[in-house]
Write a protein that binds this ligand. Structure first.
Ligand code: DX5
Ligand code: ZN
Length: 219
């Protein structure tokens, strides 16, 4: 079954608890929590205190996407604040330091994810693939919601799905950026099983209908 992970970057953050309750009632699986540091990406979003408050407001699975330079400095704090999975970008530090960051997340008893920017080849995840719980393929340049889906990322999704299958791994494959009712089926056909969607869910009045439309990508 595919999983729907609405990104709260597009939510009304003054009503975050209610927004998350709406997507929970709509049958969403994960809450995608975008963290931007103004250095790794040209934007600043939210961080540890917000995640901590959100943890108290919901029991939904919190998927933290760290668009942060040298994320190893912060992963333990995100785990302690209540993230269920912490995603780090392979471009954000040396492979050794990324491996160390993943180790810290695992030591906290949380799930690990590695993320690839559009310009980064699929091969960059190979050193980590056997150990992570999730690979995230960005289908827009990270930094902003509401951008156009990059269809040229579909071969990368296919390649990584093949590696996961051939190696018999149970790693999830998530896509993020420009995913909507039209592009979701392309992602699922290429092998993605977790769909992040910001504007396609929180940009719609009827969140239940929006989640349902994305879920139809499976059929
Ligand atoms: C972009 C973020 C995304 C963003 C997706 O850097 O990582 O999670 O919220 O937004 P949409 O679905 O609107 O492209
Ligand atoms: Zn994201």
């Amino acid at each position: 079954m595919i999983k729907i992970a609405p990104s709260i970057l597009s939510a009304d953050l003054a009503r975050l608890g209610e927004e998350v309750e709406e997507i929970r009632a709509a049958g969403a699986n994960y809450v995608h929590f975008d963290v931007m540091d103004g250095a790794f990406v040209p934007n600043i979003s939210m961080g540890i205190p917000v995640l901590k408050s959100l943890r108290k407001a919901t029991d939904m699975f919190l998927d933290a996407h760290l668009m942060v330079d040298r994320p190893g400095r912060y992963v333990e704090q995100f785990c302690k604040a209540g993230a269920d999975l912490v995603n780090v970008h392979v471009e954000a530090d040396s492979p050794e330091n990324i491996a160390a960051a993943l180790e810290k997340i695992r030591d906290c008893g949380k799930k690990t994810g590695v993320t690839l920017k559009p310009g980064t080849p699929a091969e960059a995840i190979l050193p980590f693939l056997d150990q992570v719980d999730l690979v995230l393929v960005m289908t827009v340049e990270p930094g902003f919601g509401g951008q156009r889906f990059m269809a040229d990322m579909l071969p990368k999704i296919r390649t990584i799905r093949d590696w996961i299958r051939v190696r018999g791994l149970c790693c999830e494959l998530e896509v993020d950026g420009g995913v909507d009712a039209e592009t979701a089926p392309l992602c699922v056909r290429a092998g993605a099983n977790v769909l992040v969607a910001g504007s396609a869910v929180f940009g719609k009045k009827d969140r239940a209908a929006a989640v349902r439309m994305l879920r139809e990508a499976e059929i």
